[in-house]
Design a protein around this ligand. Structure first.
Ligand code: DGI
Ligand code: FE
Ligand code: FE
Ligand code: FE
Length: 187
């Protein structure tokens, strides 16, 4: 699918501010992909669709998880974790996108996981550092992303887990797997 067609599709499903976030993630992902030798067209397409299901009704997402190959344990964690996996499934069902590097990047964009590919790292980092974001510690992550993609992803995993723990939230196992694996891969 062409980037332009994908952009027209996702715009219908997103709020204005979420659509603008999506466009900034796509630009950032394309730049990171160029820097780190990842297919830029695929990275951009993954970014355009990454939050495609952000505003799907919860009962619809719950049913898709129950009736598909998606991991059932998602249903025992916060529903914020559902939109990536559901989008990775729906882009194949609805638009015939079968490329596993694109589908995996979308699937794991919220939590990360162990052994993330460069494509997965590009989207994971781009979603966090796009110029509209403002998180504590973001300047350090942005600077690090210019030189070391794995180190930037490690900072993001660590920051996210810290933030969630400070708030007393549960943490999905893949978020821990991401942090542990990246800790071994840094340096
Ligand atoms: O969809 P976005 O807002 O662009 O960003 P995202 O999909 O990366 O993150 C969505 C939310 O999910 C964000 O507020 C952080 C949260 N999150 C990430 N990992 C976990 C998590 N929430 C819980 N409960 N557990 C996690 O492991
Ligand atoms: Fe998201
Ligand atoms: Fe993210
Ligand atoms: Fe996002």
């Amino acid at each position: 699918m062409e980037i332009k067609e994908a952009t027209t599709i996702v715009e219908k499903y997103l709020t204005k501010s979420r659509f603008e976030h999506t466009l900034r993630v796509a630009k950032t992902a394309k730049e990171l992909a160029g820097k780190y030798g990842v297919d830029q067209e695929k990275a951009e397409l993954a970014a355009i669709f990454h939050d495609y299901c952000k505003y799907r009704p919860l009962d619809e997402m719950r049913r898709i998880i129950e009736e598909s190959y998606l991991p059932k344990d998602l249903l025992h964690f916060h529903h914020e974790l559902w939109h990536g996996p559901v989008a990775s499934l729906l882009i194949e069902r609805e638009y015939g996108i079968t490329d596993s590097s694109i589908k995996d990047a979308i699937f794991y964009h919220t939590t990360g996981r162990a052994n993330m590919s460069d494509m997965e790292l590009v989207l994971f980092v781009a979603d966090y550092i796009e110029p509209g974001r403002d998180f504590p510690g973001l300047d350090e992550v942005r600077e690090t992303a210019k030189k070391d993609l794995i180190h930037a992803a490690w900072l993001i995993s660590r920051n996210t887990i810290r933030f969630l723990m400070d708030k007393g939230h549960t943490i999905y196992p893949d978020s821990f797997h991401s942090y542990n694996d990246l800790t071994k891969r840094v340096n």
